[in-house]
Design a protein around this ligand. Structure first.
Ligand SMILES: Nc1ncnc2c1ncn2[C@@H]1O[C@H](COP(=O)(O)OP(=O)(O)OP(=O)(O)O)[C@@H](O)[C@H]1O
Ligand SMILES: [Mg+2]
Length: 319
């Protein structure tokens, strides 16, 4: 009897609990619907969190003159793991400013930065300097246009390639660091890595210096490599070699590359997605095929029309 009553009590409690949970669940659904109605971008924002890099409504203004200068305006771009995105546009369009902001290198007090740069779930614009430093060189690697100014002339190449390891892998011993550096110098296809390791920057060529810069940027296996005009100072054949090297590193190490260049023919070879900028704004973005074969905007069409084409000299047979 007592057992039956206990059983009945439990089942009615379960029933009450079930009804209460159901009511609560209905309540939560209602709240969720209200939230979605109030903030229609909420679901989109939820999906955005999954991206490796998500730049949301980024605006950068210089306040170092009487009149503020907006150099990047309402910029939105995203990158997934292993993407190769090309950032193109005329000189002064804001490509480098965007790259510096993503790398967390725009820490000037006379600059106003609004929007968000979310890298692997972390917002970088509001991130404390210490946390940014932990990312730079480790999760985010950077290669600039001019390797001679990026490399320190008084230190040997080996020492400079190992720099990120000394900062981010303090427990690593000297021999292991050297081994890593030698492996990375070989990975960027430098012949005779022993000699390069022991050389000073002025003792190697421009193309070799750029490979060294890529090795230094890649030594901690970053998730994102930002390459700002990495080939501009090089001759055409070396430019192509560097692009092929970036493709190889992206394929083998799954490193995403944000490739900034004036040279649309290189961008076409390397990038799967392209973002076109003008006057600090994105004019158009899309897949390589869309941008090169079906450009929608006048500006993109003009940029593509301006790519120099190789015209064969007429010969007796094809004239
Ligand atoms: N230190 C600075 N103070 C004020 N304005 C600046 C500063 N540095 C750059 N700018 C301005 O920011 C704008 C964007 O410059 P940015 O260097 O991003 O151009 P870019 O697209 O990289 O050009 P390029 O292809 O020539 O490298 C330019 O109008 C430039 O004049
Ligand atoms: Mg630039």
């Amino acid at each position: 009897m007592l057992g039956k009553r206990r059983e009945a009590g439990r089942s009615s409690r379960l029933h009450v609990l079930g009804t209460a949970s159901l009511k609560a669940a209905r309540g939560h659904c209602g709240e969720l619907l209200t939230l979605v109605k109030r903030f229609p971008n909420m679901l989109e924002d939820g999906r955005r969190q999954a991206k490796m890099l998500d730049v949301i409504d980024l605006t950068l203004e210089f306040h170092d003159h009487l009149i503020p200068e907006t150099v990047v305006e309402h910029l939105n771009l995203h990158m997934d793991e292993g993407d190769i995105v090309g950032l193109v546009g005329e000189s002064g369009s804001g490509k480098s400013m965007t790259a510096l902001a993503v790398a967390g290198l725009l820490r000037r007090h006379d600059m106003k930065k609004t929007g968000q740069i979310v890298f692997q779930g972390k917002e970088l614009l509001s991130c404390p300097r210490k946390e940014l430093r932990a990312l730079q060189g480790d999760e985010i690697g950077i290669v600039f246009q001019e390797p001679m100014t990026s490399l320190n002339p008084v230190y040997r190449i080996g020492w400079q390639v190992e720099e990120s390891l000394r900062i981010h892998r303090p427990a690593m011993g000297k021999d292991e660091r050297r081994q890593h550096a030698m492996e990375m110098l070989s990975a960027v296809e430098l012949a005779d890595p022993e000699r390069i390791y022991a050389s000073y920057p002025h003792q190697i060529s421009g193309g070799q210096r750029q490979r060294v810069m890529i090795a230094a940027a890649m030594i901690c296996a970053p998730k994102l490599l930002i390459a700002d005009e990495p080939t501009t100072a090089l001759d055409v054949t070396v430019q192509l070699q560097i692009v092929k090297l970036l493709m190889k590193l992206n394929r083998e190490r799954k490193t995403a590359v944000l490739f900034i260049s004036h040279d649309l023919s290189l961008v076409k070879r390397l990038c799967t997605r392209i973002v076109v900028m003008k006057d600090g704004r994105i004019v158009e973005q899309g897949s390589m095929q869309d941008i090169f074969y079906h450009p929608q905007e006048d500006y993109t069409q003009k940029l593509i029309a301006a790519i120099p084409r190789c015209v064969k000299k007429p010969t007796a047979t094809n004239a």
